[in-house]
Design a binder for this molecule. Structure first.
Ligand SMILES: [Zn+2]
Length: 241
C-alpha cells in the first residue's frame, strides 16, 4: 500500500520514501508524490535517486492500493531508501490545465445545463466533451468569457474529504452521481469556491488566478449532443496566489 501524498498536497514535488516492492524496471514505494494517472490527468514523470543510483521515472500507474513507478533501467532493491522527485514544471502545467477545465465545466453547466461526457489533460492543452447539441460562435464566446471572468476572480480551489451522504446532499455537484464509486468511505471533493464542486482524484492549483486565462482553440462535433472543446492557457500564472 502506498501513501498518496498528492491527495492532500498538490504542491509537494519531492519526498523521501522506501522501496516496498521491486520489479525488474518498476518499484512500489511506501509513499509517493507521483500521480498515477486517471480522470483525464496523465501520470507523473520524474526521477528516483538513492545512494548508489538514479533512474528516470517514465510513467506511474495505480494497481489497487499500490502505485507502480516505471523506471528507465533496473530497479533498486526492496527496502532501499530513495528520494522521489517529480518533473515539477510539467506537473504544474498539468495542474493549471486541470483546474481550468473545472472552471470551464462550471461555466458550461451554468450557461447551458450541459454535463461532462469525457476529457483529457496535457501539459500544453486540455479538452472536454459536453452533452451539448449546438455550439454556435456566440455560445463559444459566451463560454470563454464566463470562464475567464471566474479565473480572473482568483477564487480559492480547495480539497476536502466528505462522506458519501454529505456528497449526495451537496448541491454543487456537476457530474453524474453514478460515476462516483459507491464503496468509498470518503469522497475527495475539489471545489472552485462558490462556483463548482467535483468528486475528483487529481491535482489542482490553489487559486483560479494561477491558471491565468484561456482560449477555446478548437471545437469538434463528436456525435449527436456531444461537443468537444479544446482549450489553451493564454496568460502566465499570477503571483497573487
Ligand atoms: Zn478533474
Amino acid at each position: 500500500m502506498t501513501e498518496l501524498l498528492y491527495l492532500r498536497d498538490s504542491y509537494l514535488c519531492e519526498t523521501d520514501a522506501t522501496v516496498q516492492t521491486a520489479g525488474e524496471n518498476t518499484v512500489v514505494l511506501d509513499r509517493t508524490v507521483f500521480y498515477p494517472g486517471g480522470g483525464g490527468q496523465p501520470s507523473d514523470t520524474g526521477v528516483l535517486r538513492w545512494p548508489d543510483g538514479e533512474r528516470r521515472v517514465t510513467e506511474t500507474r495505480r494497481d489497487g492500493e499500490a502505485i507502480w513507478h516505471g523506471l528507465d533501467g533496473p530497479a533498486p532493491a526492496a527496502d532501499t531508501g530513495v528520494r522521489a522527485a517529480l518533473d515539477w514544471d510539467r506537473r504544474y502545467a498539468i495542474m493549471r490545465h486541470h483546474s481550468a477545465l473545472h472552471v470551464l465545466v462550471g461555466a458550461v453547466y451554468r450557461l447551458f445545463d450541459a454535463r461532462v461526457t469525457g476529457g483529457a489533460i496535457y501539459p500544453d492543452r486540455a479538452r472536454m466533451d459536453f452533452s451539448l447539441e449546438d455550439l454556435s460562435k456566440d455560445r463559444i464566446a459566451d463560454i470563454e468569457r464566463e470562464t475567464n471572468r471566474v479565473l480572473a476572480e482568483n477564487r480559492p480551489i480547495t480539497v476536502r474529504f466528505v462522506t458519501p451522504e454529505e456528497f449526495a446532499r451537496s448541491n454543487l455537484v456537476r457530474l453524474a452521481r453514478d460515476l462516483v464509486p459507491k464503496d468509498l468511505e470518503q469522497i475527495r471533493v475539489v471545489e472552485i469556491e462558490g462556483y463548482d464542486a467535483q468528486a475528483d482524484g487529481g491535482t489542482h492549483v490553489a487559486r483560479t488566478g494561477e491558471v491565468g486565462g484561456l482560449r477555446i482553440v478548437k471545437t469538434e462535433n463528436k456525435g449527436k449532443a456531444n461537443r468537444r472543446l479544446e482549450i489553451q492557457l493564454i496568460a502566465p500564472r499570477t503571483d497573487s496566489g
